[in-house]
Design a protein. Structure first.
Length: 179
């Protein structure tokens, strides 16, 4: 995640945009050490759903957004999108809410197991201003399964320039080797 954020950060015009990162404590320590120019707010964000800690993060996020006079919130992943929704950040509409999905939606064949993730993704998809996904497959799957308009979802490859990648690989050789 650090490399991904560094990539996003390097293209920002700091005269127009002053970004800051809200992340788990451990990530915050690493970010601060490696990139002192980043403004970091480490919070007690944990893997999976943890009601107590997630609630604490959710009540902190609107305070940070208000204190920093935020215009755009970019939530990376389902958990970050959920925390933004729980925090009510979409209610204020003083700013735009964007979310990135890095993984495909769960397989619908195991409905009970994946119900929570699919329900969360649907809620996020309906409420955010825009979704970013990292592959064309995820883009088409998200549009189809969440019933979203095409203009609401954008594919930005995760650190891979498709033109450069195409030039680096002999696709014919890959097809012959891997079928």
């Amino acid at each position: 995640m650090r490399q991904h954020l560094k990539g996003l950060w390097q293209y920002l015009d700091r005269k127009l945009v002053e970004p800051f990162i809200v992340c788990p404590f451990e990530e915050g320590k690493n970010f601060s050490r490696e990139n002192p120019e980043f403004t970091i707010f480490p919070l007690d964000i944990r893997q999976g759903i943890n009601p107590w800690h997630d609630w604490q993060v959710a009540i902190t996020l609107p305070r940070l957004a208000k204190a920093w006079d935020v215009e755009i919130i970019h939530a990376h992943g389902y958990k970050a999108g959920l925390l933004s929704l729980w925090a009510g950040l979409h209610n204020y509409r003083r700013y735009r809410l964007v979310c990135t999905f890095h993984n495909p939606l769960p397989n619908p064949s195991d409905i009970l197991k994946n119900w929570a993730t699919l329900t969360s993704a649907r809620a996020i998809g309906r409420i955010v201003d825009h979704l970013i996904v990292i592959s064309r497959f995820i883009e088409m799957d998200t549009i189809k399964r969440l019933h979203l308009p095409e203009g609401k979802v954008t594919c930005i490859y995760n650190g891979i320039d498709p033109v450069v990648a195409h030039e680096l690989f002999d696709t014919g050789e890959l097809k012959r080797e891997w079928g």
